[in-house]
Design a binder for this molecule. Structure first.
Ligand code: SF4
Ligand code: SF4
Length: 175
């Protein structure tokens, strides 16, 4: 439990990975575990053992969708979604290529749109994502048209009134 990675992840996530006694409840409830190579429980073990390279070369930390199911199930109150965020930060800081390129692209586009408009705008973000990712461009067009016709997806983004405060949040988070 004394690997440098444990200390780094604990500091970034505000969690205590050392509390994990590997009951597997988090992994049993994770909705994307079938697509993962290791799963959340094993990933925490690998952090404890200092298996940095294997963790950062796997897709797992990029497949986590941050649903918090693991956090609600953990008997020790470990918020694994937060540890996944920490692992992603460390992975990028150390220069690893994201195991899921499109996940990183999606994240950056989402944050870029929130920074610009103060809130998410699905049509704008997904349009950009489709153009820049490897996802086939025309795949979701029928669903998108249906959502637009029902008024669920506005064509133009609406700006919020507190956009200056949102910009300040981004500036502070950079510091
Ligand atoms: S549910 Fe909590 S204690 Fe159990 S394996 Fe997952 S992180 Fe560890
Ligand atoms: S937050 Fe991530 S690791 Fe936890 S259950 Fe959801 S997808 Fe799985």
């Amino acid at each position: 439990m004394n690997s440098n990675l444990v200390l780094e992840v604990d500091r970034l996530s505000g969690q205590q990975i050392g509390l994990c006694y590997h009951c597997h409840k988090c992994t049993a409830g994770c909705p994307v575990v079938d697509a993962m190579q290791y799963g959340p429980d094993l990933l925490l073990r690998m952090v404890a053992l200092g298996r940095d390279d294997a963790i950062f070369k796997s897709r797992d930390i990029w497949l986590c969708v941050g649903c918090y199911t693991c956090a609600t199930r953990c008997p020790n109150g470990i918020n694994i979604a937060a540890t996944m965020d920490g692992l992603r930060q460390i992975s990028l800081a150390r220069g690893y290529a994201a195991g899921e390129r499109d996940a990183l692209l999606f994240h950056r586009l989402f944050m870029g749109v929130v920074k610009r408009f103060g809130r998410s705008h699905e049509a704008f973000m997904l349009g950009l994502f489709k153009i820049l990712s490897k996802v086939p461009l025309m795949n979701d067009i029928p669903a998108g048209i249906g959502l637009f016709v029902r008024g669920k997806v506005p064509l133009l983004p609406a700006r919020i009134t507190a956009s200056a405060q949102v910009r300040q949040i981004f500036q502070r988070s950079k510091k």
